[in-house]
Ligand binder design. Structure first.
Ligand code: HEM
Length: 436
């Protein structure tokens, strides 16, 4: 029998909750466009210096760019300006989280396989383009936090052998910090959003192509439900923006390439890149008379390889394991794939946690060097251990399913046999065995 909570949940969210992440991502994008248009009315993408003369006392008299000056004006001088900025930022976080969860659902249910391999690639590209939009967006206020992340980006580019300096010159439109805002701005408000729209259209077209005929007939009820979800996503963004401060640029002050403030780190979705830089050993090699630092090259290569493997996983799996039957599976039905997924999450998670090593060391009175050493070991040992443990758990669950299918479900009712022995009564199970 369905529990009370189960039937209430089915009424409020009639579709399985895990199927809603794609829609949540789309609706947070709509919120981003709406709030972004409002921000463009006042924001000025200029690095021309001005002296701050606004109502925020601690910064009065400080030299800063027009970009930060206009961001502070939106924050302190425009009614509802801070709310709109925070809605824009919170919606970014919701969108990145929703696309990531959508990808995880596709992975663990095996829904990336033929004929849906292209869909996987499109959703993955959507995540990367959204990260690009988030990165260019957080650079726009030109505050200390955005300046620091751009300085790290410049450092990484400069450490790339042969083409590093040229790449940095190209990105920053000259020597760092260059005039990055002038071309990040159109990229942020036009190019990347248009690309995101194109990718959403591609996802919808592919979904329509692969869904059964029955599901294609959308009823007006589905449209109302979908509109309700939009209101829910917009409502949560506004609630978060109204109650929780995010990106308080007035506390960070203006960007300065020669300066950085403690405790300023990258946004959570880019933290794994920062973590990888922290965990890399400071090795150096000399090639053709040139000293090359592996401290940057190694983590950049590892993260790139990780992302490439995620992108091409459906093709890789098909090549290594063969063409699977197209049917959605529960994670336990494919223990190896589920194990690989959890190993990937562990790899990402360790890099992510390592980005906060200094804060953890400070809070728990630990040595930051010891912590980084522990994370280095975890990065190597963690993923294979996670793969093994997850496989064992899946195999155990499959065995349990098999027992239930063969012997039925335990009822807890003990009956006495004519021979005098006692056995537990089992009720027949209607569950199908899908395990391969
Ligand atoms: C997926 C799409 C988008 C993402 C992920 C995104 C993300 C961001 C983020 C994280 C910021 C920094 C906010 C802050 O100051 O705390 C930002 C700033 C900004 N965004 Fe977007 N944005 C997107 C689309 C748009 C669009 C479509 C527009 C305009 C039509 C826009 C206009 C702006 C403007 C003007 C700013 C600077 C103002 C400010 O920082 O207060 N954004 N964006």
């Amino acid at each position: 029998m369905q529990s009370r909570w189960g039937s209430l949940r089915a009424k409020v969210f009639p579709d399985h909750w895990s199927l809603l992440f794609g829609q949540i991502a789309f609706y947070s994008f709509v919120v981003l466009v709406l709030s972004g248009v409002v921000l463009t009315l006042q924001y000025e993408p200029s690095t021309a210096p001005v002296v701050y003369d606004g109502p925020y006392g601690p910064l009065r008299g400080t030299e800063m760019s027009r970009a930060l000056d206009s961001t502070l004006a939106i924050t302190f001088e425009t009614r509802g300006g801070l709310l709109v900025r925070q809605i824009h930022h919170w919606a970014t976080l919701i969108m990145v989280a929703a696309i990531t969860l959508h990808l995880l659902r596709l992975f663990f249910s095996g829904s990336y396989r033929r004929p849906r391999r292209l869909n996987w690639l499109v959703v993955f590209s959507l995540l990367i383009v959204t990260l690009g939009a988030a990165l260019t967006g957080t650079s726009l206020p030109d505050d200390m936090a955005s300046g620091t992340s751009l300085a790290v980006l410049d450092g990484v580019l400069q450490a790339t052998p042969v083409i590093g300096s040229a790449l940095s010159y190209l990105l920053f439109g000259g020597e760092f910090p260059g005039n990055v805002l002038t071309w990040f701005y159109p990229l942020h408000i036009v190019v990347l959003p248009l690309l995101i729209v194109a990718l959403f259209v591609a996802v919808a077209v592919l979904a329509l192509k692969h869904s059964p005929k029955r599901a294609k007939r959308k009823s007006p009820v589905a449209a109302v439900k979908s509109a309700g979800l939009f209101c829910f996503v917009a409502g949560v963004s506004v609630l978060m923006a109204a109650t929780a401060t995010i990106n308080p640029v007035w506390l960070y002050g203006p960007a300065d390439p020669a300066d950085t403030s403690a405790g300023v780190g990258p946004a959570w979705y880019l933290a794994f890149l920062d973590g990888s830089l922290r965990l890399a050993p400071g090795w150096e090699v000399v090639w053709w008379g040139k000293t090359i630092s592996l401290a940057v090259l190694l983590p950049v290569a590892a993260c790139t390889l990780f992302l490439v493997i995620v992108a091409v996983y459906p093709f890789l799996e098909e090549r290594l394991i063969g063409v699977p039957k197209d049917q959605s599976e529960r994670p336990r039905d494919n223990p190896t794939r589920t194990g690989i997924g959890v190993a990937g999450i562990t790899f990402y998670g360790v890099l992510w946690a390592a980005a906060g090593a200094d804060t953890m060391a400070l809070q728990f009175h630990l040595s930051v060097n010891t912590l980084l050493r522990v994370f280095q070991v975890l990065l190597i040992v963690g993923p294979p251990a996670a793969l093994w443990i997850t496989r064992r758990i899946c195999l155990g669950l499959r065995q349990q399913d098999k027992d239930v299918a063969e012997h039925g479900i335990e009822t807890g009712r003990i009956v006495r046999l004519p021979s005098g022995g006692y056995v537990e009564d089992h009720r027949p199970s209607t569950r199908q065995l899908t395990a391969r």
